[in-house]
Design a protein around this ligand. Structure first.
Ligand code: AMP
Ligand code: GLY
Length: 421
């Protein structure tokens, strides 16, 4: 069969890389892809962006199913469009994607179904928001309601910061419509983990757990980013924690969406905060896989992913059991100079080694220009090492990272530290 992967990041490169390993797959197309998907002879990169054009391409090429990586096309209704044309696609509808595309939708849904999350209120009036902050004190968290490419959350440690964030989002209109409403919520302390499952509308299949590193610098310092590295599995999600998250968060979410007449299909990603007493709460939902979590997760998946996806599209995920590599995978992101505020483009990249059983490099913001590979976006590469311990996997990843070169490259040196601690 032929498969189409929609997106251009490291997540999509990893998904396509895994799908191409299936003996049942003849061709994996990636649209619009990146320099890495272009250089990978097992993948076919196509320069298409618009959902209608993608659907036309799927019809013309007799593509069996489509997998969507990023949230933006999902929130815009690519799944609704494909289904209306009778095309198989794995992802949530526009309505179900609101779990990610509207923080207010997600919060009121969680409140209605008793899913543990931070206490909150929604505002569109700045004066009311300021008063709420004064009444509740800092630290406190301000979130733009809509999609803001990972930039819409301010964890304010002081009242000044909190009031500033409200001004920025509501008064200065920094995020346009996405920030016309804001959610203000209680600050939660603890350790984060990424809990990602696949859903076919009724059945749920959990993927391996992982942990992201959102801050730019070592020791979780510096500004928030899309994610500077991730590793899998996350030791904080013990088997009993896993069972509890399924029982208290994932299953009620899937059942609640079905009850509300918005059955959830696709990847559901619960960003968890686990407090010192071991209670998990939902910080956010994403309606897609994580980036960079996908890269270490796909590196550990042993099952035939194309077959799993077919079951996911056919509503038979209950018949699937996933097999995982027992090793740990550590993915280190190499970002461009100036990331996250103003990433520089055009730096020439060299030193990427060929794929090896214990190390693979996924591309994100790269492109091929006149035969040379260049940085073309914020997060440029994600180097994934595999090893019997977090330390071993780290060592493998960093050996490769140190041999890859582009001017101004930024990367953290401590990816996986919580797993070693
Ligand atoms: P989000 O996009 O909602 O996941 O938020 C981005 C990051 O902000 C999360 O990964 C957390 O590190 C942090 N964050 C979000 N909500 C809270 C909260 N209620 N308390 C503490 N930190 C938070
Ligand atoms: N790595 C965080 C995200 O994908 O949202």
């Amino acid at each position: 069969m032929k498969i189409l992967v929609v997106g251009s990041g490291g997540r999509e490169h990893a998904l396509a890389w895994k799908l191409a390993q299936s003996e049942r797959v003849q061709t994996v197309f990636v649209a619009p892809g990146n320099g890495g998907t272009e250089l990978d002879t097992r993948l076919v990169t196509v320069d298409l962006h618009e959902p209608q054009a993608l659907a036309d391409f799927v019809v013309a090429e007799h593509i069996a199913l489509t997998l969507v990586g990023p949230e933006v096309p999902l929130a815009a209704g690519i799944v609704n469009l494909f289904r209306s044309r009778g095309l198989k696609i794995f992802g949530p509808t526009r309505e179900a994607a609101q779990l990610e595309s509207s923080k207010d939708f997600a919060k009121s849904f969680m409140q209605r179904y008793g899913i543990p999350t931070a206490k909150y209120e929604t505002f569109s009036d700045a004066a009311a928001a300021h008063a709420y902050i004064d009444a509740n004190g800092a630290p406190i968290v301000i979130k733009a309601d809509g999609l803001a490419a990972g930039k819409g959350v301010v964890v304010a440690m002081t009242l000044d910061e909190a009031h500033g964030a409200v001004e920025h989002m509501l008064a200065d209109n920094a995020f346009g419509d996405a920030g016309a409403r804001i959610v203000i919520e209680e600050f939660l302390a603890g350790e984060e983990a990424s809990f990602i499952v696949m859903c076919d509308g009724k059945n749920v299949l959990a993927l391996a757990t992982s942990q992201d590193h959102k801050r730019l610098k070592d020791h979780d310092q510096g500004p928030n980013t899309g994610g500077m590295g991730a590793y899998s599995p996350a030791p904080i999600v013990t088997p009993s924690m896993h069972a509890r998250v399924m029982r208290e968060i994932i299953n009620p979410t899937i059942q609640g969406m079905a009850r509300d007449g918005i059955p959830f299909t696709g990847f559901l990603y619960a960003g968890l905060m686990i407090d010192a007493d071991g209670n998990p709460r939902t910080l956010e939902f994403n309606c897609r896989m994580g980036d960079p979590e996908t890269q270490p997760i796909m590196a550990r998946l042993k099952s035939d992913f194309a077959t799993v996806l077919e079951h996911a599209c056919n509503g038979t995920l209950d018949t699937v059991e996933l097999e995982w590599d027992r090793r740990t995978a550590v993915g280190v992101v190499m970002a461009a100079a100036g990331y996250p505020d103003s990433p520089r483009k055009g730096d020439v990249i060299d030193g990427i080694p060929p794929e090896a059983p214990e190390c693979v490099t996924f591309h994100a913001g790269t492109r091929v220009v006149g035969g040379t590979l260049q940085a073309s976006g914020g997060r440029v590469l994600c180097v994934v090492g595999l090893g019997d311990s977090v330390k071993m996997a780290q060592k493998r990843a960093y050996e490769t990272v140190e041999n890859i070169h582009f001017n101004g490259a930024q990367y953290r040196r401590d990816i996986g530290w919580r797993g070693i601690k």
